[in-house]
Write a protein that binds this ligand. Structure first.
Ligand SMILES: Cc1ncc(COP(=O)(O)O)c(C=O)c1O
Length: 395
């Protein structure tokens, strides 16, 4: 019998893919260069040449049985060690191999983190605007996702609402910085205050509250942005990382989970991860790509392209009378829609072949997401249309 649970999910609207689907159809009608599709978060710059060179070298030099064989369930030891050393060098941490678990993208890392430090029925807090996949991810782990409304003037944390949401059933808090969809980076004072509140609540409740820090955009940071390493400010932090965006490898499905050595039961958390893999059928990241990212660990794609796109769009938006918090990183921005109904606004934008995702999809109505991981020339050609759209609203 077909699972009712998953069949019911088919009728849930996935607005991002709906918009992207429309974009593909429209491209067939009028040509791809005339469709300004800002819907999807797919990197628009290729992986650095060293990635392909490394893959070729590994294939030439290492025995096929090894490269294509099953790897250890925690990940390859030398790869885990390379990740630990890179984090220590860059963020002054003291990870060892035993604190790192190689995962299938950030999604895989999150799936393990949720299950490792919570029990079904617990509550987990996230902050609007948030990545919509957090809903199925947390539901799959049996958690209740509580969303703290946004502070729309800054997209830092709305602490009054956060403190109201906390209660003894909360065993984990989920942050994402640089953020999808706002592009905002949580500042050092914000993360310190979050840490203070969590420390106090842990003492009050008598159990740990883990901070699960989802950081796939950590390397996409713009000039002058202060981006603290979350785990350095709160011991009970589990960092979930992906090479999808930094090395433009989303299809290779590679990332990791790093447990702060100072976290309660740090080593046990990593130890249980292979058991979680067994239960969710996500056994082991692929060997070839693990070996590759270890050799390219401190490299990135040409991420500067995203900052140039951000500058063009942000300046145009402000000139045209939109309200937008300037992003500090990632390849997204989240302006206010020019009418309260963000769906109606995005429909109007669609008439100009500008494709955006309504903010409601991210738990924050009255906004729209621009994913500017598109070629710079396309961003430049889109600017007059943004102006035209503003003019439709009398700006
Ligand atoms: C905030 C956030 N978390 C997690 C993911 C999943 O990343 P991955 O594709 O590496 O699994 C994404 C992907 O877009 C994301 O934007």
């Amino acid at each position: 019998m077909l699972s009712e649970k998953y069949a019911a999910m088919l009728s849930e609207k996935d607005i991002i893919f709906e918009v992207a689907g429309y974009g593909r159809q429209r491209a067939q009608e009028i040509g791809a260069d005339q469709v300004f599709d800002f819907s999807l978060g797919n990197p628009s710059v290729p992986a650095p040449p060293s990635v392909n060179e490394t893959i070729v070298r590994i294939l030439k030099e290492q025995p096929p049985l090894q490269v294509h064989g099953y790897g250890p369930s925690f990940g390859i030891p030398s790869v885990r060690e390379a990740v630990a050393q890179s984090l220590n060098r860059r963020f002054g941490m003291n990870y060892q191999m035993k604190h790192i678990f190689m995962a299938i993208g950030a999604a895989g890392a999150l799936a393990h983190a949720f299950r490792a430090v919570t029990c079904p029925g617990d509550e987990i807090i996230a902050f609007a605007p948030y990545f919509p996949e957090y809903r199925p991810y947390t539901a799959g782990a049996g958690l209740t996702l509580k969303v703290v409304p946004a502070d729309i003037d800054t997209f830092q944390i709305n602490f009054a609402a956060f403190e109201e949401a906390l209660n003894p059933k909360v065993t984990a808090v989920l942050v994402n910085s640089p953020n999808n969809p706002s592009g905002i980076v949580l500042s050092t004072p914000t993360v310190k205050r979050l840490a203070e509140i969590l420390e106090a609540k842990q003492r009050e409740y008598g159990h740990p509250i883990y901070l699960i820090s989802d950081e796939p955009y950590r390397e996409i940071l713009f000039e002058g942005t202060d981006c603290p390493y979350t785990a350095s400010l709160y011991p009970n932090t589990i960092t979930c990382y992906s090479f999808s965006k930094s090395l433009s490898l989303p299809g290779e499905r590679i990332g990791y989970l790093a447990v702060n050595p100072a976290a309660e039961q740090a080593e046990k958390i990593v130890e249980v991860c292979p058991q979680i893999s067994r239960t969710i059928g996500q056994n082991g990241a692929a060997t070839l790509i693990q070996l590759t990212v270890a050799q390219c660990i401190d490299e990135t794609s040409n991420l500067k392209v995203y900052e140039a796109n951000k500058d063009h769009l942000y300046q145009e938006l402000i000139r045209d009378g939109y309200t937008c918090v300037e992003p500090g990183g990632s390849f997204y921005m989240f302006p206010r829609s020019l009418e309260p109904d963000d769906y109606a606004f995005c429909e109007k934008a669609k008439q100009l072949d500008l494709l955006f995702v309504p903010g409601s999809a991210f738990g924050c109505p009255g906004h729209f997401r621009i994913a500017y991981c598109v070629p710079e020339e396309k961003v430049i050609r889109a600017l007059p249309r943004l102006k035209q759209l503003a003019e439709l609203y009398g700006k």
